[in-house]
Design a protein around this ligand. Sequence first.
Ligand code: DGY
Length: 317
Amino acid sequence: MKKILITRRLLKSCEVKAEKNFDSIFNSNDELYSQKKLVELSSGCDGILSSLTDKLDSDTINKLPETVKIISNFAVGFGNIDLDTAKKRGITVTNTPDVLTDATAEIGVLLILGACRRASEGIESARAGGWKWSADYLIGKQLTGTRLGILGMGRIGQKIAKVAKSLGMIIHYHNRSKLSSDKENGAVYHDNLKDLLTQSDVLSICCPASKETVDMINKETIEYLPQGAIVTNVARGDIVDDEALIDALNRRKVYAIGLDVYKNEPNLNPGYLNHKSAFILPHLGSATKETRTAMANLAIDNIDEFFKTGNCKNKVN
Ligand code: DGY
């Protein structure tokens, strides 16, 4: 049986499956392991089932024992893992695509709705009591007829586009390449970021974090957005320069923001915390029972497939 370090707790049924399939080392306290502890615990292991909270940078990967042959990330994103170093060390890295598309797109849509319809202020007022309905009380931006710019039209972007279209939004997108017309489903393609941003009354960031996308939304690119645009991010915090976005919000260049992901999670930039126009969530993208179960099962299956065949369809490096 292969020995696998499982760095975070999984839902019970998934831990039962892991126990059946592997000689598993569980994290019963769901402790956030330091890089040092993760390396120590992986001694003698054949693989690691990691999560997005594990920082598997170059230094950490270089310290892993030779026995480790796979890092199966319990996430679709893999910005927490240095893929090049893993490849050099002969370690396969896998992720969990598809199974979390719907749940994450639901949160993507919630961010759009929450930011446009002033949900943070509304929740606060409802809790405080004493609010007085009036014709102009907490009026927000209606989605019908509004242009939604999707940055990164992968599976999650396409699902958000589908729902947003049914709400009457007009979809624009930017991607490395133009999609086939059935996947585009009427959306307007822009081959560069600037053109997309100029058409985005609402922006939905859905692209993966990579060296190319770090701080893509910054002081300069924010200026391409229409005055009073809304910015939402369901992908990764690294794509946004926080200071630039907070500044744009403060000077009303940006009307509202909806965020589920941040740089340095869970310690988000304090500028977001008490801003009335910030609708913020604690990285809930895939947080449903169905999806977390499917993700963990896929992360386990990826390890099984790798050791059975020497390869894995969800290999990312
Ligand atoms: C992922 O899998 O990358 C998601 O962000 C998890 O919520």
